[in-house]
Design a protein around this ligand. Structure first.
Ligand SMILES: [Zn+2]
Length: 81
């Protein structure tokens, strides 16, 4: 996936999805993420992501927080959902 992200055609696809698909939401992460081990910290950007939806609005912070994208969000995004 890291390799894929560096290929221009993959970047183009990502851009197309981002501009069009509905469930994509503003990138956010939980304020509690910082309390997890560093390798488990994630951010979310898909409104259909279950772990992301579990995060109460008042615990959400805008942006990635410097964390990697959550696996569920990644899968949903790659499926165009
Ligand atoms: Zn997520």
């Amino acid at each position: 996936m890291l390799i894929c992200e560096q290929k221009p055609h993959c970047l183009a696809q990502t851009g197309r999805k981002r501009s069009k698909k509905m469930p994509q939401v503003a990138t956010f992460h939980s304020v509690n993420e910082i309390q997890k081990p560093a390798n488990l910290r994630v951010h979310h950007n898909n409104g259909a992501c279950a772990p992301g939806r579990d995060i109460p609005v008042w615990e959400r912070q805008p942006g990635t927080g410097g964390f990697r994208l959550c696996d569920d969000c990644w899968r949903l995004n790659s499926q165009g959902r």
